[in-house]
Design a protein around this ligand. Structure first.
Ligand code: TYM
Length: 329
């Protein structure tokens, strides 16, 4: 029995990177697995968020997840902050993780840059992520490449806990796509596309209009060779590799095969624009419809949280009890 859990932060607008690296697989996993999908609003608070924007982005992300094809009748879709078990198991995970291993997390090193004024939660963030996964005894976790190290830590913490306190957690497997696991910024293909970056021209948002997509793809950085081929080990081709990877992920076709059809960048870019818009147009329309009724969205999330609370209760209780805490209920 496959049990899938994954999460996404409501910190900014979801990008094509999120879709190609993760959300596409969230949708497909529904056919084969028991799935739980979590909007990790507590994780978003590790950096300053304007409260009104956070509320808005959370509802927008909920609508987006439904629009891409998360089916609340088959999957449990919920807000992390509405299931208190996450924060509670997170503390326990902080008592299993070491200062040294959290210090080695590259995402903290990149975002924190050694500054003493970053929030303490940015440092402990991976403990909360481990809790998200372990609470539900997830067997598989579909994520993009940037979450690999956090998954490795989760596995280590679960193993350490089980060895010290007795068999409690399931050790989860990461599921990282072969192509599209790391969609790069269109303006700077050495950086990953990220919803929290300010680079509007380098990011394709899932809510971008057709024209915006066309403009961004046309202006995407390539190179002066004007030859279309896929060579992931050649940094000089980073821009073209990125375009081909996106194309490949959206069309389920090998990057090499796609490349073979094009003799220059112009034609590749106009076809890619079409492929992206084929995916995004129905999503955009559906989001608009769903946002006409926020009360319905909120109710749906509430139902998800109730299901998630039931699904995680027993594991939390077992973990606490294994450590010697006296469970209250
Ligand atoms: P987040 O919100 O940054 O991203 C959500 C998912 O999208 C993937 N992703 C990408 N994939 C390919 N190319 C990109 N440029 C790109 N940018 C983002 C991410 O890898 C992720 O799968 N810590 C997580 C959220 C989280 C989580 C969890 C995930 C919290 N708890 C438990 C899995 C399980 C994060 O910040 O993802």
């Amino acid at each position: 029995e496959r049990r899938v859990l994954s999460g996404i932060q409501p910190s900014g607008s979801a990008t094509l990177g999120n879709y190609v690296g993760a959300l596409k697989f969230w949708v497909d996993d529904q056919d084969t697995s028991d799935c739980l999908y979590c909007i990790v609003d507590l994780h978003a608070l590790t950096v300053d968020q304007d409260p009104a924007s956070l509320r808005e982005q959370t509802l927008q992300l909920a609508a987006l997840l439904l629009a891409v094809g998360i089916d609340p009748n088959r999957s449990t879709l919920f807000l992390q902050s509405q299931v208190p078990h996450h924060a509670e198991l997170s503390w326990i995970m902080e008592c299993v993780a070491t200062y040294g291993e959290l210090s080695r997390m590259t995402q903290f090193k990149d975002k924190g840059k050694g500054s003493s004024t970053v929030r303490a939660s940015l440092f402990t963030y991976p403990a909360l992520m481990a809790a998200d996964i372990l609470l539900y005894r997830a067997t598989h976790v579909p994520v993009g490449d940037d979450q690999k190290q956090h998954l490795e830590l989760t596995r280590n913490l679960a193993t350490r806990f089980n060895n010290r306190y007795g068999e409690t957690f399931v050790i989860p497997e990461p599921e990282i796509p072969k192509v599209g696991a790391r969609v790069m910024d269109l303006q700077d293909p050495t950086r990953k596309m990220s919803k929290s970056s300010k680079s509007d021209a380098g990011n394709i948002y899932l809510t971008d209009t057709k024209d915006a997509v066309a403009k961004k793809v046309q202006r995407a950085v390539t190179d002066t060779e004007n030859k279309v081929y896929f060579d992931p080990n050649n940094p000089g081709k980073a821009g073209v590799n990125n375009l081909l990877s996106i194309f490949s992920a959206l069309k389920d076709e090998e990057p090499n095969e796609i490349a073979a059809r094009y003799s220059g960048y112009g034609h590749l870019k106009s076809d890619l624009t079409e492929v992206i818009n084929e995916t995004l147009t129905p999503i955009r329309t559906m989001i608009e419809e769903l946002r006409n009724d926020d009360r319905h969205l909120i109710e749906l999330l509430h139902n998800g949280a109730e299901k998630a609370a039931v699904a995680s209760r027993d594991t939390l209780r077992r973990a606490k009890s294994a450590m010697g805490l006296i469970p209250w209920s």
